[in-house]
Design a protein around this ligand. Structure first.
Ligand code: NAP
Ligand code: F7E
Length: 344
């Protein structure tokens, strides 16, 4: 029988890679999308268009409990991946209550819907929760692993701690097959443009083509353990294929600074980041997470998970993709400028 999966956050970076992975494995893939005044489906266009779309989209929102419950009853998924969240750490300081409602309580709403359907039908629904290294925050040990205590430093981190523990609680209370992946930062050419990696690669490419002069950043000394999103979604799937549910750290176990990311990105284009990067205090956070370094030994051993893309390859992939994007944008600008001239 064809397995059915529901992905919340399917329009996001991870959602798009996970949808591709599940389609390639023969799943019937359903995705939750928010209503918006624009399409917002750029990352999954190739999966939703045509006579026989690979991914079926449904309107819904993690703030809407009855809508989620109805959807779970309608789809009767075998696997649910909860990737939806207000996922931006800096923004969570500006929208703490909204972040708590969606990122924390939204997870509870989804778990409640699963629990009800599982109780009624007797069919097990496997659940994945997108936990985050941001929960380790002001780290109490390095590297961080599954047993490291949490010390979140942002409303986002606090919301993810709630979502993590409520998932563990439902696993222990209601016999749900619910697993949490504690994922360290993972990036790609599909990364949102306001996260630091993509902000850097996008700006470097535009500067190279003369479309932008400067790049304004915050804390260049922050250290992160960056991997490739395409590799990390494989770990999500592997977690739900295990006989018992559990929690896993997913990371590269490599530390790099934001400054180093700048150096490599601009260097790829033959530029020196010192000539273009300026510090803008607006990008500093009220409380910072200085260092995150993950130990993924458990996931590598128990799941057999192995990342394929190195840090250097990730930077190059993102810079090259953004250079292509900038060239297309410049071409389009050129076309509209010449059309304007013709019309004048
Ligand atoms: P992302 O690109 O920001 O995607 C977030 C997704 O959530 C989008 O599809 C967004 O929809 C959706 N969403 C936001 N609010 C929603 C709501 N109220 N109801 C329903 N959907 C909503 O994030 P990502 O990088 O793919 O990350 C996926 C998940 O992993 C998130 O939960 C994130 O917190 C977590 N995580 C990410 C990382 C990382 O480094 N990327 C690390 C650890 C954990 P729109 O497209 O409509 O905005
Ligand atoms: O910041 C510093 C910033 O916003 C990384 C999310 O996916 O990963 C992500 O959260 C570092 C921070 O990611 C700018 O202060 C400097 O120290 O790319 P980021 P994040 O906060 O680590 C975790 C694991 C998640 O779960 C989240 O969902 O870079 N930084 N200058 C900057 N950051 C941004 N965004 N913009 C700057 O101009």
């Amino acid at each position: 029988m064809q397995r059915r999966a529901l992905i919340t956050g399917v329009t996001g970076q991870d959602g798009s890679y996970l949808a591709e992975l599940l389609v390639s494995k023969g799943y019937a893939v359903h995705g939750l999308r928010r209503r918006s005044s624009t399409f917002g489906t750029e990352r999954i266009e190739h999966l939703i268009r045509g006579n026989e779309p690979c991914v079926h989209l449904h309107y819904g929102d993690l703030s809407d409990a009855s809508g989620l419950a109805r959807l779970i009853r309608q789809i009767r998924p075998h696997e649910v991946y909860n990737l939806a969240a207000q996922s931006h750490v800096r923004v969570s300081f500006d929208q703490p209550a909204y972040t708590a409602d969606v990122t924390a309580v939204g997870t509870l709403r989804l778990l409640e819907a699963l629990r009800d359907v599982q109780d009624d039908t007797g069919e097990q629904i496997r659940f994945y929760q997108a936990s985050s290294s941001e929960m380790f925050g002001k780290v109490v040990e390095t590297p961080q692993k599954e047993t490291t205590p949490f010390y979140p430093r942002s409303p986002y981190g606090v919301a993810k701690v709630y979502a993590h523990w409520i998932t563990v609680n439902y696993r222990e209370s209601y016999d749900l097959h619910a697993s949490c992946g504690i994922l360290f930062n993972h990036e790609s050419p599909r990364r949102g443009e306001t996260f630091v990696t993509r902000k850097i690669t996008r700006a470097a490419a535009r500067i190279k083509l003369g479309m932008q002069d400067k790049l304004y950043l915050g804390n260049l000394d922050a250290q992160r353990d960056w991997g490739f999103a395409g590799d990390y979604v494989e770990a999500m799937w592997l977690m739900l294929q295990q006989p018992t549910a559990d929690d896993y750290v997913v990371a590269m176990n490599e530390l790099h600074t934001v400054r180093e990311f700048c150096e490599l990105s601009f260097g790829r284009l033959g530029l020196d980041y010192n000539d273009f990067v300026e510090i803008d205090p607006r990008y500093f956070r009220p409380a910072e997470v200085d260092l995150l370094l993950g130990d993924a030994t458990k996931g590598r051993t128990k799941l057999g998970w192995t990342p394929r893309v190195s840090f250097q390859e990730l930077v190059e992939m993102m810079v090259d993709s953004d250079l292509e994007l900038a060239r297309r944008e410049r071409g389009l600008a050129g076309t509209s400028a010449s059309l304007d001239r013709m019309a004048a």
